[in-house]
Design a protein around this ligand. Sequence first.
Ligand SMILES: [Zn+2]
Length: 740
Amino acid sequence: MPASFASRTRRTRPPTCTRSLVPADANLLFPCFDQPDLKAKVTLTLTTPLGWTSVANGARLRSESTSRGLVTTFRETEAISTYLIAFATGPWAEVQASGTRKSITLYARKSRLAEVDADSIIRANDRAATWLEEYFGTPFPFHKLDVVLAPAFPFGGMEHPGAIFYSEERFVFRERPTLPQRLGRTATIYHEVAHQWFGDLVTMEWFDDLWLKEGFATYMAAKMQDALDPASEAWKSFYLRNKPVAYAVDGSDGTTPVWQRLGNLDQAKSNYGAIVYNKAPSVLKQLNYLVGDDAFREGLQLFVSRHRYANATWRDLLDAIATPARRSLRPWGDDYILRPGMPVLEQRLEVRDGRIARFALVQRPARALSGGRPWPIRTELLVMSDKGEATRIPLTITSDTTVVDELTGRPAPAFVFANSRDFAYAVTLLDPGSVASLERTIGSVKDPFLRTMLWGALWDLVREALLSPQRYVSLVLRELPNETDEQLVAGLLSRLTRATTAYLAPVLRDASLPDVERTLLRGANNADTPYGIRKAHFDAWLRVAATQPTVDLMAGMLDSTTIAGEPLQAPTRWAIVTRLMALGAASAPELLAREEARDRSPEGARRAFVARAARPDAETKRTYFTRYFADTSLNEDWATASLDGFNSLESQALTLPYLVPALDSLPWIQRNRRIFYVGAWIGSFLDGQTSDSAQVAVRAFLEQRDDLPLDLRRKVLQAADELERTVRIRRAFSVAAPTS
Ligand SMILES: [Zn+2]
C-alpha cells in the first residue's frame, strides 16, 4: 500500500498529521528525483521536542538533549526508493512482546495504548517475517523491523522498510471485532510484511508495474494465512475479498491492463485501484496453479535473488518463473498482464434421458475492448452427483468453445461448476439446470469454500440480469438462518442489502422490506449463533431498515446497553445515529446532539461530521458539497468518511444535482487529494444513484467531456458500470417473479 509519514504537529498534541510520499512526493521533503529505480541509502537526524520518541527506516543510534530539543540520529538504511522513506515522531508509547523471533517494537499513542492488542499485532508481524524468510530462502532484507500505529493514517498500512505503518483506526478495535475484521487485520499485516521483499527489496522499475508489488503482497498474504492458519480457510477469504471487486472493474468499459502505461508521474495515482490490488493477486493465483507450487516458489526465489536491492519489471518475473516451469510465460503475460479485461465462462449442459448428452464451456470477453481471442484458462471443473459425490476434473481451455468429452454419457449431475477452488480468473455463468438445482440445495453443499463460490456464481447471474434479484433475496432469506460460516454470512448480507436497496424496483422493495428487516433482526438477536454472525445481521439491518416501526425501534436502541448480545459501544451508537439521520427521522438531530455530548473524543467529532452529511435536506447537501472544495481545514480522512453518508440512497433525489458537478471536479480532486480519494469520490457519487435520470446524466457527461483525461474517464466508466447494471436489472425484473 502507499506511503505516508507522520510529521510533528503542535507540541501539546499527539502526532495526528500525516503526509504521503507515495507515489512521488519525496521531492517536497528534500531535493530528489522521485523514481523508484533511483535507490539510495538514507541517513536521518531528527530534532524534536524533548520527551518525544522517533522511529524511522533505520535503527535509532542515539538521542541527545540539546538547547534546540532532542536530536535523534538513525543508522544508514540499505538502498531504498524515495517513496519508501518514512519517520514518525511524537510522545509514543513503545511496546515489545516476549518470545518473538525478531525484536519488534510497536509504537502507539499513549492515550490509546490500553486498547491496543499489541501482543497479537507484534506476533503476526513476527510470524509473517519468519515464514517469508523460509519461503524465499533469504533472510529478512532490512536490519530491523518496527511497527507504528499511525493516527489519521489514510491507508490500511504502508510498507516502509523497517518501519511499517498501520492505520490506528483500523487496528484498534473500539468494539468486539467480527471474524472478517480480525482476518482483515491479519491480512493487512501479512501484506505489508510481504512487501519487505516485494516492493522494498525488489522494487518495480516504474509505476506502470505497480501490480508487481501490490499483487504479490496480497497473494503472498493469502498463501501465508493458508500455511499458518489452515482452519481460517484463507482461499475463501481471498475469493470474497478480491474476486467480486476485480470482476466488477475488469468487466467494465473503464478497465485497464494489469500493466498500466504511465506517461507522466502526475497520473500515477490513477494506477491504484482494483486492477492492481484485486485482479493482480487473482491472476497470480492462476499462474501458480498453471506452473505448480514448486516451480512458482523456485521462480520467486530466483526473482528475489536476481534483483535484490534493485528493480525489476513484469517480464523479469515471468522469465524467472519460466525457468523452473520449463515453458515460456510470455504468451501468458500477453493475455493476463498486457491485455485489458477478462473472460466470461458460460456453462452449457445438455441432458437427455437422465444422462449428459454434451457439456461445453463457452468463453467470451466481458467487454469488446479486450479483443476477440480466447484466454488460455487453467481451471478445475467440479461435477456434483445427486448423491453428493464430487468429481474434480483439471481442464485447460484454449478456445472459444471447449467440449468436455469425458462427461458425455455420465448420469445427469446435481450441478456443475467450472471454477472449483477459484483457480481461474473468469466470471462463471452457471447453466440453468445447475441454477435450479442449487436454488433447492445450496444450503446442503458441505464444503464452505465451494458453497461460498456457488453463492457468488448465483450473484454473478443477478449482476448479469440473468437471475431475478427477488429470487436471490428470497433464497438468502431462506438460507440465512441455517448458515454457520461467518465469512459467508457477511458476504450474503452485503448482497442482500445491495439487492434490496438498489436492485429491486421500488414496488418490489417495499413489498420485501418488512420480511428482510424481520429476518435480519431475528438473526441479530439469535442467542444460539456466535457473536460475529449476530453482529453482521445487526449491521445489515442498520443498512437496510427503513419502515416506520423499525425507525422507532432503532431510535430506542440508543437507550439500551447491549446490541447483538454485546455491550453497545461508540461505533455502533454512531452507526445508529447516522442511519437515523439518513432516514430523516424526526428525532435524529436531537439524538445526534446527545451523542456528541456523550462522546467528546476526536473520533466522536469525526463521526458527528459523517452523520450530519447523511441528513436528507438540500441545505445540508449544499453546505457539504461546498466544503469539500473550499474548506482548507477539512481533514481529508473526515471528508472521505462522509462521502457515503452524503450520497446515501435515501438522499438520491437531493444529491442527483451534484452528480455531474462531482464528475466535473475530477481533475481538481486528482491534483489536490491523496491516492484513494478519487476512487472513493467517484464510487460514492455513482453508487448513491439508481435511477434512469442518473444514468442519462452520466452518459451525457461522458459524451460531452471528451477533454477529460483518459485515466479519469476510465475511473468514471469503472464506477458507472454498477449504475448501468442497476438500471438494467430493475428494468428486466420490474414485476414480481413467480414463486418457485
Ligand atoms: Zn501494498
